[in-house]
Design a protein around this ligand. Structure first.
Ligand SMILES: *[C@@H]1O[C@H](CO)[C@@H](O)[C@H](O)[C@H]1NC(C)=O
Ligand SMILES: *[C@@H]1O[C@H](CO)[C@@H](O)[C@H](O)[C@H]1NC(C)=O
Ligand SMILES: *[C@@H]1O[C@H](CO)[C@@H](O)[C@H](O)[C@H]1NC(C)=O
Ligand SMILES: *[C@@H]1O[C@H](CO)[C@@H](O)[C@H](O)[C@H]1NC(C)=O
Length: 483
């Protein structure tokens, strides 16, 4: 115990094995002594089982047996194809599933010192990691002389022989809600690194997420004068046709802000998609190249047949360009690294854009923002490394009576309104997020000031606005779709 305490004090992730003189017969509970046993919150409770010196994680994607260094690899018979991973002494990691980076960051940024190889390196979008890439502390390819203790990702994309690997992405994708996907990521990384506070970090995120989602629930339960939920289409143009990637997951995310995700058949044509547009309140478009949707909308919205179309809110995919060294054709987005480790920020970002009155005090935006004519992309670089994420605390939510009974949501200070309140009133007062002092308004968003939210008046409506996933690398000629 002292060993890890010391490590934490000096803010280093220690790498020597803390177990010096282990004997199986003594039956010492090493997880109790050196780690934290995970208590599942959004995963089936049978997912992880502990013995004194190893833990068995079963997910639909992979069975992993984590055993402590200086013990012995256990012999597991009742689990199919287990991957054995030694923990407590991991010094060097390779990562090819880029989502893993966000979990390392959020658990302890010092874990970056373990990263030796990250591939593809052009898909690193976290400023402090970019710094390490620039410093050449992280390489794109491993040489045969390199020792890599563990790969988070797929072996095929890295030419290393016989390396232990955790199918990180597959493990995430085996779960279909923002909180369960986030939980499995935190569970895996914090089991690998016993000294990080994984369970506590995730519990805080989960609490925060549920707290933000409470407002969405009030809509779902008829808070808006029993109005039906607004429709959102989450789209991506692939090879000229439209799909809705990761539908189940995004459906939950949208529901948790009080929106209904519309089913989109895979590979629908431009004309079917444009019909759908006019029955839709919000589009979240994650097409990598923004010009695709901009061009499409120009055509669709200029169509004289669609005179009485609703105002459409569009969030378009945003290709994050970093700097000349790192950017490659095709771009990418911060979401690729950190979207699953920050479900709370995802939710609050969408809430801010779709229901701006609910949370007027939240001024940040990580993943989505209004897309205004002439907006230029926000490029994040290693220079943004010194800034930290804004701290979210549970908002003091005011919700209709009966909706704030959930004691786990932490909104103890909320007032309870009497029933029968209209949406307009609720919308005006529903959320105030307290942002803890000392936070840097500018983290990731410094250049946001010149890209402030602007509503674009689309004909026949005026309340429509264009919003894009943060980080685009193209200027979008949206002026052309204004009348
Ligand atoms: C290791 O444990 C054994 C049995 O408990 C004990 O006899 C031995 O002295 C220990 N060695 C060290 C270095 O602690
Ligand atoms: C979790 O939240 C509590 C209460 O806000 C805070 O004191 C604690 O430091 C947080 N823990 C982590 C690991 O973020
Ligand atoms: C799109 O087209 C390219 C080139 O023809 C092809 O390699 C790729 O697999 C296609 N993608 C999908 C999702 O069909
Ligand atoms: C759909 O529209 C986009 C943008 O105008 C275009 O790039 C794409 O080729 C179109 N798809 C088809 C199948 O015509």
């Amino acid at each position: 115990m002292k060993f890890f305490v010391l490590c934490l004090i000096i803010k280093l992730i220690c790498s020597q094995c803390p177990i010096i003189n282990w004997s199986e017969s003594e039956n010492v509970d090493l997880f109790e002594k050196y780690s934290t046993k995970w208590i599942s919150q959004n995963l089936p409770s049978s997912t992880i089982a502990y013995s004194s010196y190893y833990a068995t994680l079963k997910t639909p994607a992979q069975n992993i047996v984590f055993y402590f260094c200086n013990t012995k690899q256990p012999d597991i018979n009742d689990v199919a194809n287990p991957t054995y991973v030694e923990i407590g002494n991991l010094n060097s990691l390779a990562v090819t599933d880029m989502q893993a980076l966000g979990f390392l960051e959020r658990l302890d940024i010092n874990l970056y010192s373990k990263l030796k190889v990250v591939s593809p390196i052009s898909k690193v979008f976290i400023p402090c990691l970019q710094k390490l890439v620039e410093d050449k502390s992280i390489k794109e390819t491993a040489e045969t002389s390199d020792t890599i203790d563990l790969l988070l990702g797929s072996k095929n994309s890295l030419s290393l022989p016989e390396i232990k690997s955790i199918q990180f992405k597959e493990n995430l994708l085996a779960f279909n809600t923002p909180l369960s996907r986030s939980e499995i990521g935190f569970l895996i990384i914090s089991t690998l690194f016993p000294q990080v506070k994984g369970l506590e970090t995730f519990s805080n995120i989960s609490k925060q997420y549920n707290c933000i989602a409470l407002a969405g629930k009030s809509v779902e339960n008829g808070g808006m004068n029993k109005e039906p939920l607004k429709n959102v289409v989450w789209s991506e143009m692939v090879n000229g046709t439209w799909t809705s990637p990761d539908f189940e997951y995004n459906k939950v995310l949208m529901k948790d802000i009080g929106m209904n995700l519309v089913t989109l058949e895979s590979g629908i044509s431009n004309s079917s998609f444009s019909e759908l547009l006019y029955k839709t309140d919000v589009i979240v478009d994650v097409t990598n190249q923004i010009s695709g949707i901009a061009e499409f909308l120009k055509i669709a919205l200029d169509n004289p047949d669609t005179k009485n179309k609703p105002a459409v809110t569009v969030m378009t995919g945003f290709t994050l360009k970093l700097d000349k060294l790192l950017n490659t054709e095709g771009g990418g987005s911060a979401y690729e690294n950190t979207g699953y480790s920050r479900p709370d920020f995802m939710l609050i970002d969408f809430q801010k854009e779709i229901f701006p009155n609910w949370n007027p005090n939240y001024l940040h935006s990580i993943y989505v923002r209004n897309l205004s004519p002439g907006d230029t992309p926000i490029h994040r670089t290693s220079a943004d490394c010194s800034q930290s994420l804004p701290t979210l605390t549970c908002p003091a939510i005011v919700v209709p009576k009966g909706l704030n009974d959930d004691s786990t949501s932490g909104n103890k200070n909320s007032e309870t309104l009497k029933g029968g309140i209209g949406f307009a009133t609720i919308a005006g007062i529903i959320i105030a997020i307290l942002i803890v002092a000392g936070i840097v308004a500018g983290y990731l968003f410094r250049r946001r000031s010149n890209a402030a939210t602007k509503n674009i008046p689309i004909e026949n409506g005026g309340q429509g606005k264009f919003v894009k996933m943060d980080g685009g690398n193209e200027e979008i000629p949206l002026k052309t779709i204004r009348k």
